[in-house]
Ligand binder design. Sequence first.
Ligand code: ADP
Length: 496
Amino acid sequence: MGAAAKFTKILPALRRFSDFPLLLAFMIGLYLAAIERYVIFHSLLESALIAVTFSTFAFTWNARRLESGYLQLIGVACLPIGVCEVLHMLAYPGLTVFVDGNEANLAPQLWLAGRFVLVAAVGVASLLGGRPVRPGWAFAALSLLAGGLILSIFTGHFPRAFIAGEGLTRFKVLCEYAIAISLLLACLLLMVRDYRLPRSTRILLGTYYICAAATSLAFSSYFAMYDHANMLGHYILLLGTYAFYKAIVETGISRPFDLLFRELTEAIRARDEFLSIASHELKTPLTPIKLQLQGIQRLMLSDRLSSLSPAQLNRMLETSDRQINRLTHLVDNLLDVSRISAGKLQLQRETVDVTQLFREIVERHQGEIKTAKVVLDTPVPPVVLEADLIRLDQVITNLFTNALKYAPGSRVELGARREPDGSSLIWVQDSGPGVPRAHRRAIFDRFERVPGLTSASGLGLGLFISRQIVEAHGGQLRLADENGNGSRFEIRLPQQ
Ligand code: ADP
């Protein structure tokens, strides 16, 4: 790759950091201020950090419907952290806001309070592993923590952090070490797990954690509040906060708009695909019904209806009846999906003998069994459980007809047994082609089918509905791993 091509490739990434020279100029300005008076350096730098912290909170809060998870937790922590930082800045020796001669202790104590809130937020976010959080609750909990810490500091219940003439206390040093270790650990977890965050966001946030950990190490070694370790710590924190802002606001919060757009496009594509499959599926049974009716009408108009034997007429009616059943089944499935989506799936529990149910289902499908070899594994004593008979029938029927459809001519086993823990296990196993590994999860989703596996008709709704019904019973429906030897669907229902 030529130098020009390489440059064009990294240009967009560079553009994202186009404000870096401004930051550099600010850092130089800060140094000049520090030569004049250290408290000016500190106040200016802290003001910048506070501005970033508060605006990050504002962004996160306003985008809370878009982003829920890791970044949101860290984002809502910014307000309580910011409040600690404001108090820390005002308490800094030389500003004479809290004039009790104890500022050299007060400022690092308030700094620690802010870091504790940060570590709590990062810790919970890491433990939750990117799962959604309730922003209101998270904000309330972290604000309570910050409030408690600030109160304990101003009422003198917080351990001392700095003793004039002696330097930092053991407590402060140990706390800084613990904060640094926690942040480095969080950084490691951030790199190993993905927390559903894009790589660029994780790298930027990881940079912030490393900078914040380095700041804590620098803050564990200063003797006077104006020495070089203190200044270095503040500079590193400023750089880290720049990465933090980029991570949360620029790549973290604005990214969901891209994500939303992609999901929307995907949803429209899935809807169009579903409409074309659904209209095809609904139309297919209509053609034979129409043909049968037209045939009867033709015979009637030409006065030849009596030439049909009762057996021929019965066959024609049976064909139409089968197609009407198929149509009813498709429409029922669609109605079930909307019922499930609206949370209106209701169960009428009664005592069900599973073996008896198996027999009825097999009896009902004699016409479709044809080449399959159906085996009933009848447990002794019979498995009897409390369930919604019609819905359980629907689930087992779906698994059974799927076996007939997708594993034609194979051995199909229907079985049940009572487990030692009192739960019931029901299985439908076939010796057909099985479900490819890549599709084993997806087939339980709405409208999902294994592409190109079979020409058998279907809307990809049966397993979705079945799983919802089993879960409504408090149970689980899963596809057991059969290592390529057919499919084994297992329903586990808890003891009632
Ligand atoms: P449908 O049968 O209407 O397509 P389902 O939700 O019942 O919908 O099944 C989803 C997909 O799972 C099917 O399209 C098929 O690809 C696959 N599948 C289900 N059961 C089996 C089976 N016993 N063997 C192989 N593939 C199966």
